[in-house]
Design a protein. Sequence first.
Length: 142
Amino acid sequence: MFTTNLNIYETLSDTITQFLTLPRTIGSFTFTLSGALLSVGIIWIANFLQKYIAFFFGDVGDDASFDNKGQRSRLLVTRLILLTLGFLLAVAASGLSMDRITVVLGALGVGIGLGLQSIVNNFVSGIILIFDVPSAPAIRWR
């Protein structure tokens, strides 16, 4: 209202819009400040939601009353999904091409796969031992 009364609203609005939508280039990557601000906002909202989503699951902040492990695991998975969706939406809003992100995620996946190789090996061995039935002895006692 202040800028409207001074008759500078249109000029100020046009200047800010032009500043935020002006394409900027770093190397071969072109972006706008409005896309960057939108990306930061989306990541901030996703982080805010993942912190306070526990209240929808019945968590009141007391760890002693929140002992259901199934509920804890659902909460953890929900938080991870919210953060992942927030990251993907932020990348899409920034204008960064997904082929660059897939290269980084592929390298990260290989590193995580090599790091978790022994854990997965032990897990599969445990599953095999659970379902392995020992064979009965060939000699029967009378």
